[in-house]
Design a protein around this ligand. Structure first.
Ligand code: SAM
Ligand SMILES: O=c1cc(-c2ccc(O)cc2)oc2c(O)c(O)ccc12
Length: 359
C-alpha cells in the first residue's frame, strides 16, 4: 500500500476534525467578545491614549494578578478576530494593545463617535435572543411559526409589545445599526432626487428618517411602525410618526422606504407588504417608487466571510421571526409578482444593498 495514500486519508480526516471543532465552538468567540465588553476592555484601551500592556490592562481592570495569563488568552483570541491589535511600545521591548476598526464600534463612550454597535451586540447576546437556539430541533418537529415562539410562547413582535424593557433594547439595537447609514446616504443623491414625501415603514424610533432628513431637508417624512414603537415620539414640521399595521394599510407618499424590514418576513408576507406599498404610491405618478435596504445573497460576488454573515442572518431571521435573506433572483420574483415593472440594485451598504423598485 502506498504510504502517501494513508497520509492523504489522515489529512482529510484531520481537516474534517478541525472543521467540526471550529463550527461547534463558534460560540466561544461571541462569548469572549461579550466578556471583553462586560469588562469594558475597549473603553479602557481607548481611554489609555497609547498602547496598553497586559500588566497595565490587568491593573486598570482591577483583576487579581494571577488572572494575567488568562486575560492574555482572551486577548489573543480577540486579536485573531481583529477586535484588537498589538503594537510595539516606543523604546521598549514590550507590546501594547490598541483598538481596531471593529472595537472602535464597541465603545461605551459615544461622545466622539455616533457609530456604535454596542446596543446591537448586547441584543445579540441577550438571553431572549439566544434561548430560542436551544429549541431549533423541537421547532422543526412542531407547529409554531417561529423558533422564538416555541421558546417564549408568543411571537417576537408580541413579545416586544409586552416587554417594554426588551422593546427598548431592541429599538436601541436597530437604531445603532442605522447610524452607519449616514456614511453612505449622502452618496445617494439621485435616489432621493424628486422624492417630496417618504414613508419609512417599520421605521422603528425614526433614526433612518432623521438621517435622511439631514441629507434631504426638503422631504416630508412619516415613520410608520407598530403603535407601541411610535407612541410618545416627538414630531417636527416634516417628521411625523404614525402607528399601524403595514399589512392593513401604508400611508400614501412618493416613496415607500424599508430598511431591515422585509427580511423579517416570509415570501407570502413580503408579497402582501409590497402590494400595499404599490397602492401607497399610486398617486405619485413618475416619482413613485419603493426603496429597500436589505441583504442580497450573492455567493459568487461576495467574499466568503460576507456570505457566511448573510447566511447566519438568514437562519437568525428564521429562528426569531418568519423571515429569510434572499438572492437577487428571489427578490426579483417577489417584485414581479407584486406587479412592479423594473428595479435597480446598488450594492454599496456593506452587508446591505439598496434596491429601487418601480411600478
Ligand atoms: C428589524 S426592525 C427595523 C427597524 C428600522 N427600519 C431599522 O432599520 O433600524 C423591524 C421593524 O418593523 C416593525 N414592524 C413589525 N411588524 C410590523 C407591522 N405589522 N407593521 C408595521 N411595522 C412593523 C417593528 O416594530 C420594527 O420596528
Ligand atoms: O432580534 C433581532 C436580533 C438580531 C440579531 C441577533 C443576533 C445577532 O448576532 C445579530 C443580530 O437581528 C435582528 C434583525 O436584523 C432584525 O431585522 C430583526 C430582529 C433582530
Amino acid at each position: 500500500m502506498d504510504p502517501n495514500q494513508n497520509q492523504g486519508e489522515a489529512n482529510v480526516v484531520f481537516e474534517a476534525q478541525a472543521l467540526v471543532y471550529r463550527c461547534v465552538n463558534n460560540y466561544a468567540t461571541s462569548m469572549s467578545l461579550g466578556c471583553a465588553l462586560e469588562l469594558g476592555i475597549p473603553d479602557i484601551v481607548h481611554n489609555y491614549g497609547k498602547p496598553i500592556t497586559i500588566q497595565e490592562l490587568v491593573s486598570k481592570l482591577n483583576l487579581p494578578i494571577d488572572k494575567t495569563g488568562h486575560l492574555q488568552q482572551l486577548m489573543r483570541l480577540l486579536i485573531h478576530f481583529n477586535f484588537f491589535s498589538v503594537t510595539k511600545l516606543h523604546d521598549q521591548d514590550d507590546e501594547g494593545y490598541v483598538l481596531t476598526a471593529a472595537s472602535k464600534l464597541l465603545l461605551n463612550d459615544t461622545s466622539k463617535n455616533s457609530q456604535n454597535l454596542l446596543p446591537f451586540v448586547s441584543l445579540a447576546l441577550d438571553p431572549v435572543i439566544m434561548t430560542p437556539w436551544r429549541f431549533l430541533g423541537k421547532w422543526f418537529k412542531g407547529n409554531e411559526s417561529t423558533v422564538f415562539e416555541t421558546a417564549h410562547g408568543i411571537p417576537f413582535w408580541e413579545f416586544a409589545n409586552r416587554n417594554p424593557v426588551f422593546n427598548g433594547r431592541f429599538n436601541d439595537a436597530m437604531a445603532s445599526d442605522s447610524h452607519l447609514m449616514s456614511l453612505v446616504i449622502k452618496d445617494c443623491q439621485e435616489i432621493f432626487e424628486g422624492v417630496e414625501s417618504l414613508v419609512d415603514v417599520g421605521g422603528g424610533t425614526g433614526l433612518n428618517t432623521k438621517i435622511l432628513l439631514e441629507a434631504f431637508p426638503h422631504m416630508t417624512c412619516t415613520v410608520f411602525d407598530l403603535p407601541h414603537v411610535v407612541a410618545d415620539m416627538s414630531e417636527t414640521m416634516n417628521l411625523k410618526y404614525v402607528g399601524g399595521d403595514m399589512f392593513s394599510t401604508i400611508p400614501s407618499a412618493d416613496a415607500i422606504f424599508f430598511k431591515n424590514v422585509l427580511h423579517n418576513w416570509s415570501d407570502d408576507d413580503v408579497l402582501k407588504i409590497l402590494k400595499r406599498s404599490r397602492e401607497a404610491i399610486r398617486f405619485a405618478g413618475d416619482k413613485g417608487k419603493v426603496i429597500i435596504i436589505d441583504m442580497v445573497l450573492d455567493e459568487k460576488q461576495d467574499r466568503r466571510e460576507i456570505t457566511e454573515t448573510k447566511m447566519v442572518f438568514d437562519v437568525l431571521m428564521m429562528v426569531l421571526v418568519t423571515g429569510k435573506e434572499r438572492t437577487k433572483v428571489e427578490w426579483e420574483k417577489l417584485f414581479v409578482e407584486a406587479g412592479f415593472s423594473r428595479y435597480n440594485v446598488t450594492p454599496n451598504f456593506g452587508l446591505r444593498s439598496l434596491m429601487e423598485v418601480f411600478p
